[in-house]
Design a binder for this molecule. Structure first.
Ligand code: NOJ
Length: 542
């Protein structure tokens, strides 16, 4: 297989697969996924041939020691692997074997906050004169015992927790068990630097940085302006509890540190990301990448997707580098966002979109087989957000149910009692079955990814839409010096004729990949005919 664009850094060239370790594969029968389970399935992710998914990197959601109030996003020791997942030696082995297969390994660092059981916080809360008091955000009550301001927690309720032992409030953007660090304290920043170095020296290839733009809060703790919204948290414009100006100097420091180790990368998860913020936070001397989640909130219509893509292209410019995802462990699965009889057809259209846009695509485990949100009965809800808001919002457990590997016992995920219910559809929808079926969502993903790997235009070419106001589908070009790739997507269940805003040459195209092999390709000109939910990818040399 010829690999295109070897000159690009790996994090621009590749597709990155998000593993939610608890739900990926269980190797010891305790019902929770672990590092051994990941190790056992590395060949699925990349064995060097198109029989595998062809991933360039894996991102592991947090595997550090944690009391798991927020399932690992509350860390009690950044330098230790939680025993649920294994030990440091297991991680070393995973990194070694992933590297052997040409895959990088990215760890997920939640540095905005720690667990309340982290020794730093335990020391901080011990007394007002503790040397670590200032490592967190402590404030006096206002008159009548009111909290310092009206800031709310993302997970609901006010963001200030009263600590009777020392008669002050501490701030927590998420759960009370996740106190926020004070990033203005230089000792905190030194410790965080040590954590990053610890992992970089062990060979990890980079980090996904949780809520990367929330590290600093307004020095004066001013109240946020009001706006209309459903929950108290949504009724604030978050100008004072995120996106503070000090961030840029932190990013510059991190970039220098990470680049000092060579070919590594940091990708930020922005809270309330916008294309404009991505431009501000990424680039030379800043983060390598930051997620653009705008595609996730698009309704199923091509215009919405095109607007989101163009907004990003315009904000970043040709030098900037987009980074897209269609799912992750926090949002409803794609097939559940666009449900119905044609959900799997839509999953293929969406896959083609994700994998042919300019930028780095991230793929959340299970999306490649078209998994649905799993039903989680009320009594089994574990996610704190689900416990608080059920039945209005069932929380994030449904998108975290175990990956079904087969139709065998425990769906091939576990020999024990799974930590979250296995989606009952596993008998018909599982990795093994989709591997064998050439028409499955998984087979389509594999073909797309391996084609992407071989195409210079898809790796690094420019993006140009061919339809100003798309109504039934999208058509766009990816152009590099060597070749042009034309992508055409029909979003709907009727055949369509996409009318292009420019005349393309009719003859030079070769059909490369799609949902309906062989039946497209000679139809370019002023318009393009597509079958229901057809994906058609054409290529021409320049
Ligand atoms: C974003 C993570 O993706 C989410 O899972 C977590 O609950 C919050 N940050 C808090 O760390």
């Amino acid at each position: 297989m010829v690999e295109a664009s070897e000159s690009l850094p790996w994090w621009k060239r590749g597709v990155i697969y998000q593993i939610y370790p608890r739900s990926f594969a269980d190797s010891n029968g305790d019902g929770s996924g672990d590092l051994g389970g990941i190790l056992a399935h590395l060949d699925y992710l990349n064995d060097g041939t198109p029989a595998s998914l062809g991933m360039d990197a894996i991102w592991l959601s947090p595997i550090f020691a944690s009391p798991a109030y927020d399932f690992g996003y509350d860390v009690s020791n950044y330098n230790a692997v939680d025993p649920l997942f294994g030990c440091l030696a297991d991680l070393d082995e995973l990194i070694r074997q992933a590297h052997q297969r040409g895959m990088r390994v990215i760890l997920d660092l939640a540095l905005n906050h720690t667990s309340h059981l982290h020794p730093w916080f335990e020391e901080s809360r011990a007394s007002r004169t503790s040397p670590k008091r200032d490592w967190y955000l402590w404030q006096d009550a206002r008159p009548q015992g009111a909290p310092p301001n009206r800031w709310q927690s993302v997970f609901g309720g006010r963001a200030w927790q009263w600590d009777p032992a020392t008669s002050q409030f501490y701030y927590h953007m998420f759960l009370p068990q996740q106190p926020d660090l004070n990033w203005r304290n230089p000792e905190v920043r030194e410790e965080i630097e040590k954590v990053m170095r610890f992992w970089l020296e062990r060979g990890v290839d980079g980090f996904r940085l949780d809520v990367v733009n929330a590290y600093f809060k307004d020095r004066q703790f001013r109240d946020n302006p009001f706006r209309w919204g459903l929950r108290a948290y949504d009724r604030q414009v978050h100008v004072y509890d995120a996106d503070q100006p000090e961030l840029l100097s932190v990013y510059a420091g991190m970039r220098k540190l990470v680049d000092g180790y060579g070919d590594r990368m940091v990708v930020g998860e922005p809270l309330f990301g916008s294309p404009e913020k991505l431009r501000r936070y990424c680039g030379e001397g800043r983060l390598h990448l930051a997620f653009n989640f705008d595609l996730i909130s698009c309704g199923w219509n091509p215009l919405a997707f095109q607007r989101a893509i163009l907004a990003c292209e315009q904000a970043l410019g040709p030098e900037g580098w987009p980074c897209y995802a269609l799912g992750n462990h926090d949002v409803a699965r794609l097939v559940s966002r666009y449900p119905g009889r044609y959900a799997l057809e839509r999953a293929k259209v969406a896959a083609a979109l994700l994998l042919t846009l300019r930028g780095t695509p991230f793929l959340y485990q299970g999306e490649e087989i078209g998994m649905k949100n799993g039903p989680v009965p009320r009594g089994k809800i574990l996610d704190p957000a689900g416990k608080r808001y059920w039945p209005l919002y069932p929380g994030r457990d449904p998108m975290r149910t175990p990956l079904p590997w087969s139709d065998g016992p425990g769906a091939g995920f576990t020999s024990g009692d799974p930590w979250l219910p296995i989606n009952p559809e596993f008998r018909s929808l599982n990795v093994a079955r989709e591997m064998e079926d050439p028409h499955s969502v998984l087979s389509f993903y594999r073909r797309l990814i391996w084609f992407r790997r071989s195409s210079k235009a898809l790796n690094s070419g420019s993006f140009r839409s061919l339809i100003k106001n798309p109504s039934s589908g999208l058509a766009y070009l990816r152009e590099s010096e060597e070749e042009t790739v034309l992508v055409a997507l029909n979003f709907y269940r009727h055949p369509t004729q996409l009318v292009l805003d420019e005349d393309l040459p009719t003859s030079q195209w070769e059909w490369r990949l799609g949902t309906h092999p062989g039946c497209s390709g000679q139809r370019v000109g002023k318009s393009l005919r597509l079958l229901p939910h057809e994906v058609c990818i054409l290529q021409s040399a320049r």
